[in-house]
Design a protein around this ligand. Structure first.
Ligand code: FES
Length: 102
C-alpha cells in the first residue's frame, strides 16, 4: 500500500478530477465536499476517467463511449462498460488530499 499526495483540497474544486500517476493510475474526484478515488483507466477501453463528465449524483461518464460509473462504489452503471472500476480510500489531512493505492 502506498499513500500518494494528490494536491491541496483548495486546488480541486467541486466538479473536477485529478489524475495521479500511481501504478495503477488513479483519478480523484470532488463532488460537493466529498472526495472519491477510482481507477483512472475505463474498464471498457483506453480512456482516462479524469477526463470524464462528473455529475451531481456522484457519477462519472466516460469521455470515450459514455459508460457511467458510480463514484462511491466504482460500479459500472451503463453499457458499454460492465466491469466495475476499483475504488481507493481518500483522506484529507491538514487541507491536503491523499489517496492510498494498493
Ligand atoms: Fe469508456 Fe468505452 S472507453 S466506455
Amino acid at each position: 500500500m502506498t499513500k500518494f499526495h494528490v494536491c491541496a483540497a483548495a486546488d480541486l474544486p467541486s466538479g473536477e478530477a485529478k489524475r495521479i500517476e500511481s501504478e495503477p493510475a488513479v483519478s480523484v474526484f470532488h463532488v460537493g465536499g466529498e472526495y472519491f478515488a477510482l481507477a483512472d483507466l475505463c474498464t471498457h477501453g483506453d480512456a482516462s476517467m479524469a477526463d470524464g463528465y462528473i455529475e451531481d449524483d456522484c457519477t462519472v461518464e466516460c469521455p470515450l463511449h459514455a459508460a457511467r460509473f458510480c463514484l462511491r462504489t466504482g460500479k459500472a452503471l451503463s453499457q458499454p462498460a460492465y466491469i466495475d472500476l476499483a475504488t481507493y480510500p481518500v483522506s484529507i489531512e491538514d487541507g491536503e488530499i491523499y489517496v492510498t493505492v494498493e
